[in-house]
Design a protein around this ligand. Sequence first.
Ligand code: AP5
Length: 215
Amino acid sequence: MKIILLGAPGAGKGTVAKVLTELDGSVQISTGDILRGAVQAGTELGKKADAFMKAGDLVPDELIMDIMKSRLQEPDCKKGFLLDGFPRTIPQAEALKTLLSDLGLTLDMAVSLEVPCEEILNRLTTRRTCENSACQAIYNVRSSPTKIEGICDKCGSKVVQREDETEEAISRRLETYNEKTAPLIGYYKEEGLLMPVEATVTDEVVKAIQDRLKS
Ligand code: AP5
């Protein structure tokens, strides 16, 4: 599959992507995970991205496109990919369209995960993420806790709250989403690729995507 997962912060893009990759070997490409890994490793990219991320602002389009141009050409993308958190702006969507056309690739669809606002806030304040940048497994103290409190089930590292999970950063991320990313819903509708899906139950989202891919 070659799909884009759209949705507000906390809508469940990462959670759905992880389930889908296990089904058919497609690779999850999360720009957020890539950037957090770079910040943790202290690379040039990480140094440039850090302040934007902590504040809940978007990282500049040029940096993101540099990442995506090389990432989409890696061999593991041949089986398919799920774009989680990218594109995030109309210029990124336009650049992606050109890039995919240059690579001879076609998107199956852009899935828009729709979750009520109060549920989003609940999820973001109760999420926990594995601090190991090679893992970054997602948990939730309410809906999907770790088996041992504070320890990742998959790799045994500590699970923590992300640095952009302060009340201030969450509210800035939601504002940024409404202003810069929500317009992509109209963009992909025009492109004939939009699949809106009510995203309160992960298994139902996964099934709806699988059914659409089969049809
Ligand atoms: P990024 O990491 O992409 O963050 P985001 O879009 O804000 O999305 P989240 O990771 O917060 O949420 P999610 O939708 O993946 O939800 P999750 O599955 O974790 O980006 C972070 C930052 O990086 C940005 O602010 C920006 O600075 C920068 N950045 C990244 N990409 C960029 C780009 N393209 N351009 C510019 N800047 C960029 O789920 C949330 C919680 O809910 C979890 O606890 C989960 O367990 C729980 N949950 C999920 N589904 C359910 C369910 N069905 N029922 C109950 N609980 C659920």
